[in-house]
Design a protein around this ligand. Structure first.
Ligand SMILES: [Zn+2]
Length: 83
């Protein structure tokens, strides 16, 4: 499944941060846990503060919720699969 509603420039480096975006932890707000999250797309990015972060999309296999936002860190179980 691939939903990409974020416009990305064709270059690897972001041209500018996206201050309008919210920085949130990766969690399902409906279930209140990251236990059931399935990563969809993980893109290294920069937070509005200029710090390194990730632009992530993921869905929750329990409630089928779909999320996309900036985050400062990934759940440990995701990080293992990103390299
Ligand atoms: Zn959920």
């Amino acid at each position: 499944m691939s939903l990409s509603y974020h416009h990305r420039p064709a270059t690897e480096k972001p041209l500018h941060p996206a201050p309008a975006e919210e920085v949130q932890p990766c969690t399902c707000t409906q279930c209140g846990t990251d236990e059931f999250l399935v990563p969809d797309n993980l893109q290294p990015s920069f937070l509005p503060t200029g710090a390194r972060g990730w632009e992530v999309t993921y869905w929750c296999s329990k409630c089928d919720g779909f999320y996309g936002h900036l985050t400062a860190g990934l759940p440990a179980s995701w990080r293992a699969g990103t390299t």
